[in-house]
Design a protein around this ligand. Structure first.
Ligand code: SF4
Length: 327
């Protein structure tokens, strides 16, 4: 096995076939069985930079488990749904979600760099619920007409899937709206495909009159390598505030030590650990679930290990609540 401090070469291409990823990791389907059927509803997609951080020969690698289409995804469980956060109810227009006071969330693309098997939008009907350019233009006009909105959240998919040119145009439109103060970007790109953070993108973010906040999504300390550290520093040097949110996932980060290591790694990189989410109960993700009782036990130990500023808030999202609910 290759020790973590001697990284392997990055594979040449991203992975869209689990067999090829297994081959790269020196694993076979007996050690890591997967389901073709599970991939029908949610494709397999793993960027090369993320695969490079997985440990060869380790079927329970915490990065591999996040992306691997396990046969358990096909089991149906009570309480699990296609739209666990009832987002369809909060769409004021296709592609525009208004759930919390002062904020509006724009779904700008259905695409992501990576497909995380626990994703609460894995069944989101992007085709009918909007991210087309016409709908986006319409939604920007609606934000312009509502002076109570001070923050626009770019989501998707992953908003950094848009090209640099489209993002630049979007920023120009948003910063022309006088009552906006902030743009928040939820993205996994700086973590899973750091080369996406181009000079053009950095300049768009830096030149905006709006404050830019980026919420990263890192679940395990092994996701952060030298390549990511470089990109985090570039983002910070361009005045972008970085926070992190994680999901508490069985077999991946469900121990006080794994979570403490993650917080240490985040703080070393000047990233604030912000939320630790309970799993949203989306169909296909039940094998990642941790009970509330177990989660509270883990969190209690984590709290005794970390200074307060390194402790993310343990929360659950409830469709009708006016904010995330602390546990
Ligand atoms: S929206 Fe985020 S969590 Fe969901 S698949 Fe894309 S990157 Fe992963």
């Amino acid at each position: 096995m290759i020790p973590r401090n001697q990284p392997r070469d990055q594979p040449e291409k991203n992975f869209t076939d689990p067999l090829q990823l297994l081959q790269y990791l020196e694993l076979d389907t007996e050690q890591s069985p997967f389901s073709e059927n599970a991939m029908e509803s949610f494709r397999f997609k793993v960027p090369a930079a993320f695969a490079q951080k997985m440990q060869p020969g380790k079927a329970d690698d915490p990065l591999l488990l996040q992306v691997f289409p396990a046969p358990e995804e096909l089991n149906r469980h009570k309480d699990y749904q296609n739209d666990p956060l009832a987002e369809a109810r909060f769409l004021s227009q296709p592609g525009l979600l208004q759930k919390y006071h002062g904020r509006a969330l724009l779904l700008v693309t259905p695409s992501c760099a990576i497909h995380c098997r626990y994703c609460f939008r894995r069944h989101y009907p992007y085709e009918d619920k909007g991210h087309s350019q016409t709908q986006l233009e319409n939604n920007i006009r609606l934000i312009e007409q509502d002076s109570s909105i001070s923050e626009v959240i770019l989501s998707g998919g992953d908003p950094l899937s848009l090209s640099d040119t489209r993002l630049e145009h979007l920023f120009e439109q948003l910063q022309a709206i006088k009552h906006l103060q902030r743009i928040r970007i939820h993205s996994r790109y700086p973590v899973v495909e750091p080369e996406r953070v181009t000079t053009a993108l950095l300049n768009t973010l830096k030149q905006s009159r709006l404050q830019v906040v980026m919420i990263l999504h890192i679940n395990h300390a092994h996701e952060i390598g030298v390549d990511n550290q470089h990109v985090f520093r570039q983002l910070q040097d361009h005045n972008i505030l970085l926070f992190n949110q994680s999901v508490l996932l069985k077999g991946i980060n469900d121990s006080p030590q794994a979570l403490a290591d993650l917080s240490e790694r985040l703080i070393q990189n000047h990233i604030i650990p912000y939320y630790l989410h309970m799993l949203d109960k989306v169909h296909g993700s039940a094998h990642f679930e941790i009970s509330e009782h177990t989660a509270l036990g883990i969190y209690k130990q984590l709290r005794s290990q970390l200074p307060g500023y390194m402790l993310p808030r343990l929360v659950r999202e409830i469709p009708d609540a006016s904010a995330k609910m602390p546990l």
